[in-house]
Design a protein around this ligand. Structure first.
Ligand code: NAP
Length: 293
Protein backbone atom coordinates (compact mmCIF):
# COMPACT_ATOMS: atom_id res chain seq x y z
CA UNK A 1 0.00 0.00 0.00
CA UNK A 2 1.37 3.44 -0.89
CA UNK A 3 2.37 5.71 2.02
CA UNK A 4 -0.19 8.41 2.72
CA UNK A 5 -0.42 11.24 5.22
CA UNK A 6 -4.17 10.69 5.52
CA UNK A 7 -5.79 8.89 8.43
CA UNK A 8 -6.83 5.45 7.30
CA UNK A 9 -10.36 4.11 7.61
CA UNK A 10 -11.54 0.92 5.94
CA UNK A 11 -13.40 -2.34 5.84
CA UNK A 12 -12.01 -5.87 6.26
CA UNK A 13 -13.58 -9.04 4.94
CA UNK A 14 -12.99 -12.18 2.89
CA UNK A 15 -14.04 -11.64 0.12
CA UNK A 16 -14.17 -7.84 0.05
CA UNK A 17 -14.18 -6.65 -3.57
CA UNK A 18 -18.01 -6.53 -3.61
CA UNK A 19 -18.20 -4.19 -0.60
CA UNK A 20 -19.98 -0.90 -1.12
CA UNK A 21 -18.64 0.57 2.14
CA UNK A 22 -15.70 2.36 0.43
CA UNK A 23 -18.09 4.11 -1.99
CA UNK A 24 -20.42 5.15 0.86
CA UNK A 25 -17.74 6.35 3.26
CA UNK A 26 -15.56 8.12 0.69
CA UNK A 27 -18.64 9.97 -0.60
CA UNK A 28 -19.46 11.03 2.97
CA UNK A 29 -15.86 12.17 3.63
CA UNK A 30 -15.93 14.20 0.42
CA UNK A 31 -19.31 15.77 1.21
CA UNK A 32 -17.98 16.96 4.60
CA UNK A 33 -14.67 18.07 3.05
CA UNK A 34 -12.81 15.51 5.14
CA UNK A 35 -11.28 13.72 2.15
CA UNK A 36 -7.98 15.57 2.58
CA UNK A 37 -7.72 14.13 6.12
CA UNK A 38 -9.18 10.63 5.77
CA UNK A 39 -9.16 7.86 3.20
CA UNK A 40 -11.42 4.76 3.37
CA UNK A 41 -10.01 1.57 1.85
CA UNK A 42 -11.08 -2.07 1.36
CA UNK A 43 -8.71 -4.63 2.89
CA UNK A 44 -8.92 -8.26 1.85
CA UNK A 45 -8.07 -10.08 5.09
CA UNK A 46 -8.13 -13.88 5.32
CA UNK A 47 -9.10 -15.41 8.69
CA UNK A 48 -5.51 -16.53 9.34
CA UNK A 49 -4.30 -12.92 8.89
CA UNK A 50 -6.87 -11.27 11.18
CA UNK A 51 -4.62 -10.86 14.22
CA UNK A 52 -1.78 -9.48 12.07
CA UNK A 53 -4.14 -6.94 10.55
CA UNK A 54 -5.25 -5.69 13.97
CA UNK A 55 -1.61 -5.43 15.08
CA UNK A 56 -1.00 -3.31 11.96
CA UNK A 57 -4.07 -1.21 12.76
CA UNK A 58 -2.57 -0.40 16.18
CA UNK A 59 1.03 0.06 14.94
CA UNK A 60 0.15 2.29 11.97
CA UNK A 61 -2.62 4.13 13.80
CA UNK A 62 -5.50 3.33 11.41
CA UNK A 63 -8.37 5.45 12.73
CA UNK A 64 -11.27 3.05 12.27
CA UNK A 65 -12.23 -0.18 10.57
CA UNK A 66 -15.53 -1.78 9.61
CA UNK A 67 -15.72 -5.54 9.83
CA UNK A 68 -17.70 -7.83 7.56
CA UNK A 69 -18.08 -11.56 6.86
CA UNK A 70 -16.41 -13.75 8.13
CA UNK A 71 -14.67 -11.74 10.88
CA UNK A 72 -17.48 -10.17 12.94
CA UNK A 73 -17.28 -12.73 15.75
CA UNK A 74 -13.61 -13.75 15.56
CA UNK A 75 -12.37 -10.17 15.76
CA UNK A 76 -13.74 -9.70 19.29
CA UNK A 77 -10.94 -11.59 21.03
CA UNK A 78 -8.30 -9.18 19.67
CA UNK A 79 -9.98 -5.96 20.87
CA UNK A 80 -9.22 -4.03 24.06
CA UNK A 81 -12.84 -3.16 24.75
CA UNK A 82 -16.23 -4.16 23.34
CA UNK A 83 -19.46 -2.21 23.99
CA UNK A 84 -22.23 -3.83 26.03
CA UNK A 85 -24.56 -4.01 23.02
CA UNK A 86 -21.91 -5.58 20.75
CA UNK A 87 -21.29 -8.18 23.48
CA UNK A 88 -25.02 -8.88 23.63
CA UNK A 89 -25.15 -9.44 19.87
CA UNK A 90 -21.88 -11.36 20.01
CA UNK A 91 -20.44 -9.57 16.99
CA UNK A 92 -18.50 -6.42 16.13
CA UNK A 93 -18.83 -4.57 12.82
CA UNK A 94 -17.02 -1.33 13.72
CA UNK A 95 -13.65 -0.79 15.44
CA UNK A 96 -12.39 2.60 16.55
CA UNK A 97 -8.74 3.16 17.36
CA UNK A 98 -8.73 5.39 20.45
CA UNK A 99 -5.03 6.27 20.88
CA UNK A 100 -3.95 2.65 20.45
CA UNK A 101 -6.94 1.16 22.27
CA UNK A 102 -9.15 -0.80 19.88
CA UNK A 103 -12.83 -0.48 20.82
CA UNK A 104 -15.47 -2.68 19.16
CA UNK A 105 -19.03 -1.58 18.39
CA UNK A 106 -22.03 -3.12 16.63
CA UNK A 107 -24.01 -0.77 14.40
CA UNK A 108 -25.93 -3.51 12.49
CA UNK A 109 -28.75 -3.68 15.07
CA UNK A 110 -29.05 0.10 15.50
CA UNK A 111 -28.77 0.45 11.69
CA UNK A 112 -31.77 -1.87 11.29
CA UNK A 113 -33.72 0.18 13.86
CA UNK A 114 -32.97 3.43 12.02
CA UNK A 115 -33.96 1.79 8.72
CA UNK A 116 -37.40 0.63 9.92
CA UNK A 117 -37.99 4.01 11.57
CA UNK A 118 -37.07 6.05 8.49
CA UNK A 119 -38.24 3.76 5.66
CA UNK A 120 -41.32 2.14 7.24
CA UNK A 121 -42.12 4.69 9.97
CA UNK A 122 -42.25 1.65 12.27
CA UNK A 123 -41.72 1.73 16.04
CA UNK A 124 -41.30 -1.82 17.44
CA UNK A 125 -42.59 -1.01 20.95
CA UNK A 126 -45.56 -3.26 21.76
CA UNK A 127 -45.52 -4.85 18.28
CA UNK A 128 -45.51 -8.44 17.10
CA UNK A 129 -42.75 -9.52 14.71
CA UNK A 130 -42.03 -12.62 12.61
CA UNK A 131 -38.29 -13.05 12.08
CA UNK A 132 -37.17 -15.41 9.31
CA UNK A 133 -33.63 -16.68 10.00
CA UNK A 134 -31.65 -17.03 13.20
CA UNK A 135 -28.10 -16.39 11.94
CA UNK A 136 -25.79 -13.45 12.55
CA UNK A 137 -27.99 -10.75 11.02
CA UNK A 138 -31.11 -12.11 12.74
CA UNK A 139 -29.31 -11.89 16.09
CA UNK A 140 -28.67 -8.17 15.59
CA UNK A 141 -32.30 -7.65 14.49
CA UNK A 142 -33.82 -9.75 17.30
CA UNK A 143 -31.77 -8.03 20.02
CA UNK A 144 -32.49 -4.48 18.86
CA UNK A 145 -36.22 -5.24 18.50
CA UNK A 146 -36.31 -6.71 22.01
CA UNK A 147 -34.28 -3.83 23.43
CA UNK A 148 -36.87 -1.51 21.90
CA UNK A 149 -39.73 -3.33 23.61
CA UNK A 150 -41.19 -5.47 20.84
CA UNK A 151 -44.00 -7.43 22.52
CA UNK A 152 -43.43 -10.71 20.67
CA UNK A 153 -40.98 -12.22 18.19
CA UNK A 154 -41.75 -15.45 16.33
CA UNK A 155 -38.51 -16.95 15.00
CA UNK A 156 -38.39 -19.36 12.06
CA UNK A 157 -35.14 -20.86 10.77
CA UNK A 158 -34.60 -24.12 8.91
CA UNK A 159 -31.96 -24.86 11.55
CA UNK A 160 -34.05 -25.37 14.71
CA UNK A 161 -31.02 -25.40 16.97
CA UNK A 162 -30.13 -21.84 15.88
CA UNK A 163 -33.74 -20.76 16.48
CA UNK A 164 -33.57 -22.09 20.04
CA UNK A 165 -30.22 -20.42 20.78
CA UNK A 166 -31.41 -17.01 19.55
CA UNK A 167 -34.69 -17.32 21.47
CA UNK A 168 -32.79 -18.11 24.65
CA UNK A 169 -30.40 -15.18 24.13
CA UNK A 170 -33.31 -12.77 23.69
CA UNK A 171 -35.43 -13.99 26.60
CA UNK A 172 -32.52 -14.08 29.04
CA UNK A 173 -31.91 -10.36 28.41
CA UNK A 174 -35.32 -8.86 27.62
CA UNK A 175 -39.02 -9.19 28.50
CA UNK A 176 -40.08 -9.78 24.87
CA UNK A 177 -42.05 -13.01 24.40
CA UNK A 178 -40.31 -15.32 21.91
CA UNK A 179 -41.94 -18.19 20.06
CA UNK A 180 -39.80 -20.74 18.19
CA UNK A 181 -41.51 -22.22 15.16
CA UNK A 182 -40.32 -25.71 14.26
CA UNK A 183 -38.91 -25.86 10.73
CA UNK A 184 -41.63 -28.25 9.52
CA UNK A 185 -44.59 -26.20 10.58
CA UNK A 186 -47.67 -24.89 8.88
CA UNK A 187 -48.38 -22.17 11.43
CA UNK A 188 -46.06 -19.67 9.74
CA UNK A 189 -48.89 -18.29 7.57
CA UNK A 190 -51.07 -17.73 10.67
CA UNK A 191 -48.19 -16.03 12.51
CA UNK A 192 -47.59 -13.72 9.53
CA UNK A 193 -51.32 -12.96 9.28
CA UNK A 194 -51.28 -11.85 12.93
CA UNK A 195 -48.00 -9.90 13.04
CA UNK A 196 -47.16 -6.23 12.49
CA UNK A 197 -43.70 -6.69 10.98
CA UNK A 198 -42.16 -9.51 8.93
CA UNK A 199 -38.35 -9.49 8.65
CA UNK A 200 -36.32 -11.65 6.27
CA UNK A 201 -32.88 -12.29 7.74
CA UNK A 202 -32.16 -15.35 5.60
CA UNK A 203 -30.10 -15.09 2.39
CA UNK A 204 -33.06 -16.37 0.32
CA UNK A 205 -33.81 -14.02 -2.58
CA UNK A 206 -30.27 -12.67 -2.81
CA UNK A 207 -28.52 -12.59 -6.21
CA UNK A 208 -28.06 -15.07 -7.93
CA UNK A 209 -31.15 -16.63 -6.26
CA UNK A 210 -33.40 -13.68 -7.01
CA UNK A 211 -36.25 -15.91 -8.26
CA UNK A 212 -36.63 -17.33 -4.73
CA UNK A 213 -38.54 -16.04 -1.74
CA UNK A 214 -38.21 -17.28 1.86
CA UNK A 215 -42.00 -17.71 1.68
CA UNK A 216 -41.89 -19.73 -1.55
CA UNK A 217 -44.86 -19.24 -3.84
CA UNK A 218 -47.28 -20.68 -1.36
CA UNK A 219 -49.52 -17.75 -0.63
CA UNK A 220 -48.24 -17.13 2.89
CA UNK A 221 -49.05 -13.48 2.35
CA UNK A 222 -52.80 -13.28 1.79
CA UNK A 223 -54.26 -9.76 1.57
CA UNK A 224 -55.06 -8.43 5.06
CA UNK A 225 -58.70 -8.49 6.15
CA UNK A 226 -58.07 -5.73 8.71
CA UNK A 227 -56.65 -2.88 6.65
CA UNK A 228 -56.30 -0.60 9.71
CA UNK A 229 -53.26 -2.63 10.89
CA UNK A 230 -51.04 -2.96 7.83
CA UNK A 231 -48.31 -5.55 7.51
CA UNK A 232 -44.81 -4.08 7.27
CA UNK A 233 -42.07 -6.14 5.61
CA UNK A 234 -38.32 -5.52 5.86
CA UNK A 235 -36.11 -7.75 3.70
CA UNK A 236 -32.44 -7.56 4.74
CA UNK A 237 -31.44 -8.71 1.26
CA UNK A 238 -30.56 -5.71 -0.91
CA UNK A 239 -29.41 -7.23 -4.21
CA UNK A 240 -31.67 -7.16 -6.21
CA UNK A 241 -33.15 -3.86 -5.07
CA UNK A 242 -36.73 -5.17 -5.13
CA UNK A 243 -36.55 -8.77 -3.99
CA UNK A 244 -39.22 -11.31 -4.84
CA UNK A 245 -40.38 -11.14 -1.20
CA UNK A 246 -40.78 -7.36 -1.42
CA UNK A 247 -42.76 -7.76 -4.66
CA UNK A 248 -44.98 -10.49 -3.12
CA UNK A 249 -45.57 -8.33 -0.05
CA UNK A 250 -46.52 -5.24 -2.06
CA UNK A 251 -48.93 -7.33 -4.18
CA UNK A 252 -50.62 -8.41 -0.94
CA UNK A 253 -50.99 -4.77 0.14
CA UNK A 254 -48.10 -4.76 2.63
CA UNK A 255 -45.64 -1.88 3.04
CA UNK A 256 -42.33 -3.43 2.08
CA UNK A 257 -38.70 -2.42 1.54
CA UNK A 258 -35.46 -4.28 0.96
CA UNK A 259 -32.27 -3.97 2.99
CA UNK A 260 -30.11 -1.24 1.46
CA UNK A 261 -31.22 1.27 4.10
CA UNK A 262 -29.93 -0.96 6.94
CA UNK A 263 -26.55 -1.08 5.22
CA UNK A 264 -26.58 2.70 4.82
CA UNK A 265 -27.58 3.38 8.44
CA UNK A 266 -25.05 0.93 9.91
CA UNK A 267 -22.45 2.78 7.81
CA UNK A 268 -23.74 6.19 8.89
CA UNK A 269 -23.55 5.21 12.57
CA UNK A 270 -20.00 3.88 12.04
CA UNK A 271 -19.05 7.13 10.27
CA UNK A 272 -20.15 9.08 13.35
CA UNK A 273 -18.15 6.77 15.62
CA UNK A 274 -15.05 7.30 13.43
CA UNK A 275 -15.31 11.06 12.93
CA UNK A 276 -17.51 12.31 15.79
CA UNK A 277 -19.70 14.07 13.18
CA UNK A 278 -23.28 13.51 12.02
CA UNK A 279 -23.17 11.44 8.84
CA UNK A 280 -24.54 12.81 5.55
CA UNK A 281 -27.01 9.93 5.23
CA UNK A 282 -28.50 11.08 1.91
CA UNK A 283 -25.05 11.22 0.31
CA UNK A 284 -24.20 7.75 1.62
CA UNK A 285 -27.52 6.36 0.38
CA UNK A 286 -26.98 7.78 -3.11
CA UNK A 287 -23.44 6.39 -3.22
CA UNK A 288 -24.70 2.97 -2.11
CA UNK A 289 -27.44 2.97 -4.75
CA UNK A 290 -24.93 3.90 -7.46
CA UNK A 291 -22.52 1.20 -6.28
CA UNK A 292 -25.03 -1.67 -6.50
CA UNK A 293 -26.40 -0.70 -9.94
P1 NAP B 1 -26.39 -16.50 8.16
O1 NAP B 1 -25.61 -16.29 9.40
O2 NAP B 1 -26.01 -17.57 7.19
O3 NAP B 1 -27.90 -16.76 8.63
C1 NAP B 1 -28.96 -17.04 7.76
C2 NAP B 1 -29.86 -18.05 8.45
O4 NAP B 1 -31.03 -18.27 7.66
C3 NAP B 1 -29.18 -19.42 8.63
O5 NAP B 1 -29.42 -19.88 9.94
C4 NAP B 1 -29.90 -20.28 7.59
O6 NAP B 1 -29.93 -21.64 7.96
C5 NAP B 1 -31.28 -19.68 7.62
N1 NAP B 1 -32.10 -20.00 6.45
C6 NAP B 1 -31.69 -20.25 5.19
N2 NAP B 1 -32.77 -20.47 4.42
C7 NAP B 1 -33.88 -20.34 5.19
C8 NAP B 1 -35.29 -20.47 4.96
N3 NAP B 1 -35.79 -20.75 3.75
N4 NAP B 1 -36.14 -20.28 6.01
C9 NAP B 1 -35.67 -20.00 7.24
N5 NAP B 1 -34.34 -19.91 7.52
C10 NAP B 1 -33.46 -20.06 6.51
O7 NAP B 1 -26.47 -15.15 7.31
P2 NAP B 1 -26.48 -13.66 7.88
O8 NAP B 1 -25.11 -13.15 7.96
O9 NAP B 1 -27.33 -13.64 9.09
O10 NAP B 1 -27.17 -12.88 6.67
C11 NAP B 1 -28.52 -13.15 6.28
C12 NAP B 1 -28.89 -12.23 5.12
O11 NAP B 1 -28.95 -10.88 5.58
C13 NAP B 1 -27.89 -12.25 3.96
O12 NAP B 1 -28.61 -12.17 2.75
C14 NAP B 1 -27.10 -10.97 4.16
O13 NAP B 1 -26.60 -10.44 2.94
C15 NAP B 1 -28.17 -10.06 4.73
N6 NAP B 1 -27.63 -8.97 5.53
C16 NAP B 1 -28.00 -7.70 5.19
C17 NAP B 1 -27.54 -6.65 5.94
C18 NAP B 1 -27.96 -5.25 5.57
O14 NAP B 1 -27.32 -4.30 6.02
N7 NAP B 1 -29.02 -5.09 4.81
C19 NAP B 1 -26.70 -6.87 7.05
C20 NAP B 1 -26.35 -8.17 7.37
C21 NAP B 1 -26.83 -9.23 6.59
P3 NAP B 1 -28.72 -22.60 7.42
O15 NAP B 1 -27.47 -22.07 8.04
O16 NAP B 1 -29.13 -23.95 7.91
O17 NAP B 1 -28.72 -22.45 5.92
Amino acid sequence: MPETHKKILGVIGDPISHSISPAMHNAALKALKLDADFEYQAFHVKPRDLKNFLDTMRDKGYAGINVTVPHKVAVMEYLDEVTKFAKLIGAVNTIKNEDGKLVGYNTDGPGFLEAIKHKLNFDPAGKSVVLLGAGGAARAVGMILAENQAAQIVIFDIDEQKTGVLAQQITSNFKTKVICLPSKNNELADCIADCNLLVNATPIGMHPREKESPLGNSGLLPPRQDTTTPLYVYDLVYVPKDTLLVQQARSAGAIAVSGLSMLVYQGALAFTIFTGLPAPVGVMEQAAENAIK
